[in-house]
Ligand binder design. Structure first.
Ligand SMILES: [Zn+2]
Length: 189
């Protein structure tokens, strides 16, 4: 049985055949469960709706670092309230993305909301799904601090850093996600 741990079936690309696709995946392709991951705030709402609609679909709720316009108290409160839903299994995807956000002000804002969402994960006692790109050091430092005061772990989704850093995470009991980028020509490491 396959457990699909990171999906975005709320994406508009699936608007035309979402129902058909999901019922086929679950019934005929040996996919037992799916976690649909919130990225934007709209994505969080849609992920939860999918989780409520399908028995084998679960949701992760969080604001992705590129979705900076969605960083707000109101949205954070909504996530906190809805994290109590038994179909919500993680907080994510949250993290840092310095590839798309180059200015220091934007990066500082990402770090602030990354920490706030980690804190939220601790409060609601859920594991986390981390998105991190071109921000190896700041992500690792943040997670090391977080890990000291929290038992629940997480996954570094679509991991793209060095073997040495991967070992730092696995030593703490965290997981490394091997995503599609390993098939890119320049991803020799
Ligand atoms: Zn994702």
């Amino acid at each position: 049985m396959i457990f699909e741990t990171h999906a975005h079936y709320d994406d508009e690309k699936f608007d035309e055949d979402r129902v058909e696709l999901l019922s086929h995946l679950l019934k005929e392709n040996n996919i037992g469960n799916i976690v649909n991951i919130g990225a934007s705030f709209r994505g969080c709402k849609d992920s939860l709706a999918l989780a409520n609609q399908y028995d084998n679909v679960y949701a992760a709720l969080g604001i992705h670092p590129e979705e900076m316009d969605d960083f707000s108290e109101k949205n954070l409160n909504w996530i906190k309230e809805n994290a109590a839903n038994p179909k919500v299994v993680a907080i994510g995807e949250i993290g840092l993305d310095y590839y798309w956000i180059k200015d220091e002000e934007g990066r500082a804002k990402q770090r602030e909301w990354f920490k706030r969402q980690l804190q939220l994960a601790k409060e609601v006692d859920l594991p986390v799904v981390i998105h991190s790109r071109d921000a190896a050091e700041d992500t690792l430092n943040t997670i090391v601090e977080y890990n000291k005061q929290n038992n629940k772990k997480g996954i570094i989704h679509c991991y793209s850093y060095s073997k040495e850093i991967a070992l730092e995470y696995t030593k703490m009991g965290w997981y490394i996600g091997v995503g599609g980028v390993v098939t890119f020509k320049n991803s020799k490491n």
